[in-house]
Design a protein around this ligand. Structure first.
Ligand code: CS2
Length: 422
């Protein structure tokens, strides 16, 4: 339970747009907590935020206009690589929670603290152990991965020394969560909205939708922010929420990111307004729904709400933001659906999602357009192969460990040809 008397510290890893629109908003509403953060991919944001004393503008795109707030929850922001600062913070008993938004690929970045956030956490937990801190600490994963707590636990333990591994279970809780808030990239015009509304000269503006959801596994032995004050749900059953959100929202997102761009669109609201794309989004959902053990009415309500969120014209969510890191995302958004449906022939919607990816990656590889993906080099090489079967097989090698079955390769080759094109 949170300590109402003193201020507590939360450490956040990966202070990108999403964290500033979601996780920090919940922590700010909880009161009594301050945050020290570490950057994710872009280290520049540390200087930007520190120069603004940690403050930034949050623009919520309500249907009728913007709601603008200056967020003041961050004390200090460090470059991701600053393991010393992380160790100092974790060796302090005041620090009770670490939240992470390090993206899907952050969990498979190996055991080297240079490249891997979980490995840096292992080093910092060693410092906490050596400092003799007895208070439990919670590591809370906020990334779009099924069972993200278990994935995080494994990644940290794989990088930890034997004594820290031994100490771990008595002192560390690892928490799975389902996070949801669509957070597009922001523009100069958005910073201007903040300046006009609040006077803050903001270089770290974040824009987001009114909707937000956080379902958090209720397994904290130590202190935690009262996130429920901002509507978070503490529960023992995160898995079904995760599966539903990942497969319906993120699945449709990934499909639109690839097929929508092939069809000539730039933004989510444009893609979903195209009847050909929308029909195929429904097909993605038909496969997914069959893998979710939930009443039809509940699923209907969920997908209609998603359509309204996708249609929000005030959001300007770029498809290319979502298209990044496909080789990581399709592993959790498409492949499990195909497996649970019993193969490619029973999951045409999920196959279309993959076909959108192979087709767009091929177009980009051949056109020399940049591909943002940890496996970009191999994708470019594969995309240039002339024979369709060989090309699709080589691309699928990037998402299916051990290689794709022939039935999937054939289904994707056929599906590519049927996708709507600009
Ligand atoms: C998107 C997510 O980048 C992506 O792949 O699907 O960032 C999505 O906007 C969030 O998960 C919404 O909660």
């Amino acid at each position: 339970m949170s300590d109402p008397t003193g201020s507590r510290r939360l450490v956040h890893l990966g202070i990108g747009n999403f964290a500033r629109a979601h996780t920090l908003v919940y922590t700010a509403a909880a009161e009594g907590w301050r945050v020290s953060a570490f950057t994710g991919r872009s280290a520049d944001i540390a200087d930007v935020l520190n120069a603004q004393d940690g403050k930034y503008g949050l623009v919520v795109r309500e249907p009728g206009g913007d709601e603008v707030t200056v967020m003041d929850i961050l004390d200090d922001v460090h470059p991701a690589s600053d393991v010393e600062a992380l160790s100092r913070l974790l060796a302090d008993p005041e620090t009770a929670v670490v939240t992470l938004t390090i993206t899907e690929k952050g969990y498979s970045a190996g055991n080297d603290p240079e490249t891997s956030a979980p490995a840096r956490l292992a080093v910092a937990l060693k410092a906490r152990r050596e400092a003799g801190v007895e208070e439990p600490i919670a590591l809370v994963s906020c990334d779009n991965l099924p069972g993200n707590g278990a994935v995080l636990r494994e990644a940290v333990l794989a990088a930890a020394d034997a004594e820290t591994r031994e100490w771990f279970d008595d002192h560390v809780d690892v928490v799975s969560t389902m996070v949801d808030r669509i957070t597009p990239a922001s523009s100069e015009a958005d910073a201007e909205v903040v300046r006009e509304a609040t006077g803050l000269e903001d270089r770290a503006t974040v824009v987001t939708e009114p909707f937000k959801e956080w379902v958090v596994q209720d397994v904290f032995r130590g202190a935690r922010p009262a996130w429920e004050k901002a509507g978070a749900q503490l529960t023992d059953d995160v898995e079904l929420h995760e599966k539903r959100k990942l497969r319906l929202l993120n699945g449709a997102h990934s499909f639109m990111a690839y097929a929508g761009q092939l069809a000539g669109h730039e933004r989510v609201d444009q893609a979903i307004a195209d009847p050909a794309v929308r029909e195929l989004v429904e097909k993605v959902w038909a496969d997914t729904r069959a893998t979710l053990d939930l009443p039809a009415e509940e699923l209907d309500a969920y997908t209609s709400a998603l359509l309204a969120r996708f249609e929000n014209p005030r959001m300007a969510d770029q498809l290319n933001r979502i298209a990044a890191d496909g080789s990581e995302k399709l592993r959790v958004r498409a492949l499990p659906v195909i497996a649970e449906r019993g193969g490619a022939d029973s999951a045409p919607g999920a196959v279309n999602m993959i076909a959108g990816w192979t087709a767009l990656m091929t177009e980009r590889a051949r056109g020399g357009v940049e591909i943002s993906d940890p496996r970009a080099e191999a994708i470019v090489e594969a995309g240039k192969l002339e024979d369709d079967t060989a090309r699709v097989r080589a691309l699928l090698d990037q998402i299916v460990d051990g290689g794709a079955e022939d039935s999937l390769v054939e289904a994707v080759v056929a599906a590519e040809k049927a996708l709507p094109r600009a």
